[in-house]
Ligand binder design. Structure first.
Ligand code: BGP
Length: 475
């Protein structure tokens, strides 16, 4: 397959906390990240971010000029309901009304995520997704959003990446609440998020709105580093907790027998368990019948080695290549593969993993309906030279992933769009402002935007619907 379909979406992705800034304006309440990033020793915060709260009109005009016809945005829960559960803040509603209208005016279709990591602080302090009361509050927030924006927003996602909320918050410890190696809490978090997701899907379907609803998962390829049985097992265990657990819930409506047993094996080795409450699986089952799409974030795959020691971890959040350590008790160790290059943050660049995942979804979850690549892109320390940014490695990264998307489409996988992470440079949660992803460079001092070489390249693809080489583009 050489060409994308005429209706393929060439989009750019953002998330409220990473772009909006204006954290204290117009009645917004704090979210968990405001508090987390104000702790002593924090290297950065989201107070200004990319100032999208004030610059969204410029960004949408720029998107339109560069042929981008879709944007992922998320709604900051604490702008709409400052403490997460109480009064509605009408200035928050007004902002998103203006933003959504501006998207439509510029022919940049909004794809809206309800929760992109930014739980309101009040609810976070009561236990976040480990406290089941949050489910009711989330569904109420979703209902308010559907009522106010559901006439114009045609693509909704309940959550962005439950696995990241769980893994980074309770295993790696580089997201709030910054707990390490508590795999049972990570699993409970994901399960509770599944209940909230399913209730929200059911609500949306009952409201008969003119759009579609799904979820965004990060899907990471898990490859054994060798043919040894212990390495294969480690890859299988990591895949089950990172990918299969959530995919089973969303598309099968149950945790398959093998998934259930494998998760319990991991939990046992970590001296814990998780609770499924009465009625949870009925709700999850009903939502799996109705879910309209899978949003798939794909950046990387991991290479696994068998490991039976204690958990140990070092998160490379500075871009010092080769400093990552990741080994989990009861699962395995992620190791470097000498044949696979990595980014400066040690993320293996393995585009074939995206293809493998796409064909697997079609094979294992045949009721999936459609897939949007909701995020893909490369963190890179861009060089800014006389107002020009030559980010050829990023173009190569995206081009290789596009090639595999086309191959998957040719083999019958229904991929309907691609949202590059990110539209403009944004705040990276655990890395700060030097890990850039955008098509548009942001000078964070002046908040001026500059199209990178990748933006010109993306524009050509969006226009011709064909993959062009990096040599066909000038800055
Ligand atoms: C995804 C998140 C995004 C974004 C991206 C890049 O997991 O959904 O919000 O941050 O990863 O990650 P990072 O910023 O850590 O490099």
């Amino acid at each position: 397959m050489k060409q994308f379909a005429d209706d393929f979406i060439f989009g750019g992705a953002t998330a409220a906390f990473q772009v909006e800034g204006a954290t204290k304006e117009d009645g917004r309440g704090p979210c968990c990240w405001d508090e987390y990033m104000s702790r002593p020793g924090s290297r950065f915060n989201g107070d200004k971010a990319s100032d999208f709260y004030h610059k969204y009109k410029d960004d949408l005009e720029l998107a339109n000029e560069f042929g981008i016809n879709g944007i992922r945005i998320s709604i900051s829960w604490s702008r709409i309901i400052p403490d997460g559960s109480g009064e509605v803040n009408h200035k928050g509603i007004d902002f998103y009304n203006r933003l959504i209208d501006e998207c439509i005016k510029n022919d940049v279709e909004p794809f809206v995520t309800l929760h992109h990591f930014d739980t309101p602080l009040g609810l976070f302090e009561k236990g976040d997704w480990l406290n089941r009361d949050i489910i009711t509050h989330f569904v109420r927030f979703a209902k308010i959003c559907f009522e106010h924006f559901g006439d114009r927003v045609k693509k909704w996602a309940t959550f962005n990446e439950p696995w990241s909320v769980a893994q980074n918050g309770y295993i790696i410890g580089n997201f709030p609440p910054s707990i390490k190696f508590d795999i049972p809490k990570a699993v409970q978090t994901m399960h509770n998020m599944m209940v909230a997701h399913a209730k929200t899907i059911n609500l949306y379907k009952n409201m008969n709105l003119p759009g579609e609803i799904g979820i965004v998962h990060t899907l990471e390829g898990k490859c054994p580093i060798s043919d040894k049985p212990e390495d294969k097992r480690a890859a299988y265990l990591d895949d089950t907790i990172a990918n299969k657990f959530m995919l089973d819930a969303c598309f099968k409506g149950e945790y398959g027998k093998d998934t259930w047993e494998t998760i319990h094996e991991i939990l046992e080795k970590n001296h814990g368990t998780f609770t499924v409450y009465d009625g949870d699986m009925d709700i999850i089952q009903a939502a799996a019948k109705d879910i309209d799409f899978l949003g798939m974030n794909y950046y990387s795959s991991h290479f696994l080695q068998g490991y039976d020691g204690e958990s140990k971890m070092h998160h490379n959040g500075t871009g010092e290549k080769g400093t990552s350590v990741f080994a989990l008790q009861g699962i395995g160790a992620r190791v470097s593969n000498p044949n696979v290059e990595t980014t400066d943050w040690d993320w293996p660049i393995y585009p074939q993993g995206m293809y493998d995942m796409l064909v697997r979804i079609k094979r294992d979850y045949p009721n999936y309906k459609k897939i949007y690549i909701a995020e893909n892109g490369m963190g890179y320390k861009d060089d800014f030279v006389d107002g020009k940014i030559d980010d050829t490695p990023r173009i190569e990264y995206i081009r290789k992933h596009f090639t595999y998307i086309l191959k998957a489409i040719q083999e019958g996988v229904n991929v309907k769009g691609y949202y590059v992470w990110s539209l403009m440079d944004v705040l990276s949660w655990s890395n700060g402002y030097n890990k850039r992803y955008g098509l548009f460079y942001v000078d964070f001092e002046t908040q001026k935007r500059y199209p990178k070489k990748s933006a010109y390249w993306f524009k050509k693809i969006a226009k011709t619907k064909r993959l062009v080489s990096v040599d066909d583009v000038e800055i």
